[in-house]
Design a protein around this ligand. Structure first.
Ligand code: WT7
Length: 650
């Protein structure tokens, strides 16, 4: 574990940005919310849960008697899909737009709440006919299209547990996830569009399913028109089944703690963790925070989370938060530079987007492409912009504020995780005087702290580990199938307290700055990757004897994967073709997102006397820094050998 004190001290930041008076006056949440929550946290959350429509009201807000296994809103029952759809239609909002869908090739669809409700009922009827029942697992491997949302909500409607696997993952990665949660049905598409061409998806599913005998049905959306192999009896076309099914479906209410979904994320060990979220608490968290942090005005806002539904950001702030609040959202299939680098800004102007939520890595890409592109667009519809996924450096924050927000709208830097389910630390846009690069304060109802190695709160001006000291409604309930790993990973470093795995600093005003992971987890373009998982992938190639992976600072992606590899003698010295082969190998094993930026072939790796690889020293090499303290190395000459080998291009 890397001690957070190792992080560079932040330069002093004196800039503050207050909301305009007009914004503050009309804001959904005022400073009183902090006081209200700290007076009685559980009463605060019980009140927020009233945003939802319960079939049976809950009788107890929190049951923490078997901590860290939480039960929220005990005794309550609800249907998540009904909360996202039917109740809005029943309230007369059926004609409100739920999504403006913008496909990458430029095709568009406008989907209202009534239409979405009908489609979800149709899909639920088809899933039922395929034998899906409450509690079953359904894997979803899709491009960013409306059917992805429909598939998720159809599962939720039936009480089936979805696991959405990011479309960039390989067949192997998909297989691991399907097997881990024992999914019996997969929903996919023939392909999606990416950077102007078709990116096939069904072949990846077919390959994954060679190793998943329990999967009996594959529901396939016809999106990209690419040729696909077909397995009669197993494969079912969406347009032939869902679009022909009855739009009438009576939804059952489920227990507040009924599982909603499993989302896999990288941990410190090789196999990904299936983070389990349940119904009432999760939906309360997404719904309340979307309204609170984005100052949501559902009647007039056009809200756009520019993220992929395959990650938690998409689950909470493209699907469950926005729909539960009857929001009109933009759903965009493609990449920011397809077909041109102004695509996002064109979308903002076209749909008059009021709220944009994206990752710092995207902002840094736009910075690189130049702000001149943005000058061709008005962007005057925007009234709030947000950032998520990784620390936002002050330069990127200032650029975002100036060139996207025109120095006029609040910027919210929101910290949270797959595990937390919804935003935890963030400015309140109508209250906080934001600082560039700081997530500022735990939201009302969330109790966060920064502690030292002994779990003691650090004084202002110091760094430590970020922890959350009280349970919260949208918290993960466990790791799928592994309660013990849940307890060990999150609740054992500081017993009774949630350990997030992030370093943080509290500045002189007591505001929180996130400093990055303190474990072997990297953050590349806002995506979480495990060093161990990539090392295992490399070592599974017969040419590799040993591998060490580090996350090195990268101006565009935040961190980049850098691998140090010792080849087996029969593999030779490792020319460019071997490096290429190893990069392809990682793409096949995990996915393109995990491909190392650099692979350095070395003769030895720096290890302590107990055999532990000293990644800190490798990070020094990867970031072109003088190598730090080597005295704990078993062989202190190793670093000289590595440095010499790299400079001679070995
Ligand atoms: C990790 C969680 C939450 C949605 C996307 C990522 C980092 C997230 C911030 C932020 C600094 C951030 C943390 C965290 N992170 N948001 N605003 N400032 N760091 O979800 O894949 O579960 O990753 O992302 O390191 O632990 P995730």
């Amino acid at each position: 574990m890397q001690h957070p004190a190792a992080f560079e001290n932040l330069s002093r930041e004196d800039r503050r940005f207050a909301p305009t008076e007009e914004f503050a006056e009309a804001a959904n949440v005022t400073a009183a919310a902090y006081a209200e929550a700290s007076a009685d946290n559980l009463a605060f959350w019980a009140k927020q849960a009233e945003r939802l429509t319960w079939a049976e009201p809950f009788t107890q807000t929190l049951d923490w008697s078997t901590a860290p296994f939480a039960k929220w809103f005990v005794g309550g029952t609800l249907n998540v899909a009904v909360n996202c759809l039917d109740r809005h239609v029943a309230a007369g909002l059926g004609d409100r737009v739920a999504y403006y869908f913008e496909g990458e090739p430029g095709d568009t669809r406008v989907i209202t709440y009534s239409q979405l409700t009908d489609s979800v009922c149709q899909a639920a009827n088809v899933l039922t006919s395929l034998g899906v029942k409450a509690g079953d697992r359904v894997a979803i491997y899709m491009p960013m299209i409306p059917e992805t949302v429909i598939a998720m909500l159809a599962c939720a409607r039936l009480g089936a547990i979805h696991t959405v696997v990011f479309g960039g993952f390989s067949a192997d990665a998909l297989k691991t996830r399907i097997l881990d949660c024992d999914a019996t049905v997969v929903i996919t598409a023939d392909g999606g569009f990416r950077k102007g061409s078709v990116s096939p998806m069904k072949p990846t599913v077919d390959a994954a399913l060679l190793g998943c005998p329990a999967v009996r049905s594959v529901l396939v959306v016809n999106r990209a028109g690419n040729d696909v192999d077909w397995m009669p009896g197993r494969d079912v076309w969406w347009h032939e089944s869902v679009e022909a099914a009855s739009p009438v479906h009576a939804a059952e209410a489920f227990d507040s703690e009924h599982p909603l979904y499993v989302m896999y994320t990288s941990g410190t060990t090789g196999n990904p963790k299936g983070i389990l979220h349940t119904s009432g608490g999760y939906l309360t968290g997404c719904s309340f925070t979307q309204w609170e942090v984005f100052d949501l005005k559902p009647e007039t806002d056009v809200y756009w989370t520019a993220a992929d539904i395959g990650w938690v950001t998409g689950h909470s702030y493209i699907v469950y938060g926005p729909l539960s609040n009857a929001t009109t959202s933009v759903l965009y299939e493609g990449t920011p530079d397809s077909p041109h680098q102004g695509r996002w800004w064109e979308i903002v102007d076209k749909y008059q987007v009021t709220t944009l939520y994206c990752a710092p890595t995207a902002i840094r890409a736009f910075m690189k492409w130049g702000h001149e592109t943005l000058a061709n667009y008005s962007l005057e519809s925007l009234r709030l912009i947000g950032s998520v996924g990784e620390p936002i450096n002050p330069e990127a924050y200032m650029w975002y504020r100036e060139h996207v927000g025109h120095n006029r709208v609040p910027v919210v830097d929101t910290w949270w995780q797959t595990e937390t389910g919804s935003i935890m630390i963030s400015p309140l846009p109508g209250v906080t005087h934001g600082k560039p690069g700081a997530a500022m304060k735990a939201l009302p109802g969330i109790v966060a702290d920064v502690v030292d190695d002994d779990g003691v709160s650090v004084p202002n001006g110091t760094g430590g580990y970020l922890v959350i000291t009280e349970p919260w409604p949208s918290m993960l309930r466990t790791i799928w199938g592994d309660d013990q790993r849940y307890v060990e990973t999150y609740w054992s470093k500081f017993p009774g307290t949630y350990f997030a795995g992030d370093g943080a600093k509290r500045d002189d005003d007591g505001d929180i700055w996130l400093l990055g992971r303190v474990d072997d987890v990297m953050n590349v373009s806002g995506h979480r990757l495990s060093t161990t998982e990539i090392e295992s992938a490399l070592v599974s190639n017969p040419k590799v004897a040993e591998a060490a992976v580090v996350g090195a600072a990268d101006a565009l992606t935040g961190q980049a994967v850098v691998a140090f590899v010792i080849l087996r003698s029969e593999a030779g010295d490792g020319g460019p073709h071997v490096v290429h082969e190893l990069r392809m190998h990682v793409a096949n094993q995990i996915g393109k997102i995990a491909q190392p930026r650099q692979i350095m072939i070395v003769a030895e790796l720096p290890k302590t006397r107990s055999g532990k690889i000293m990644r800190r020293l490798l990070r020094d090499v990867a970031e072109n820094r003088p190598v730090g303290d080597v005295t704990t190395l078993a062989d202190t000459s190793v670093m000289t050998t590595i440095a010499a080998g790299i400079s001679t291009g070995m």
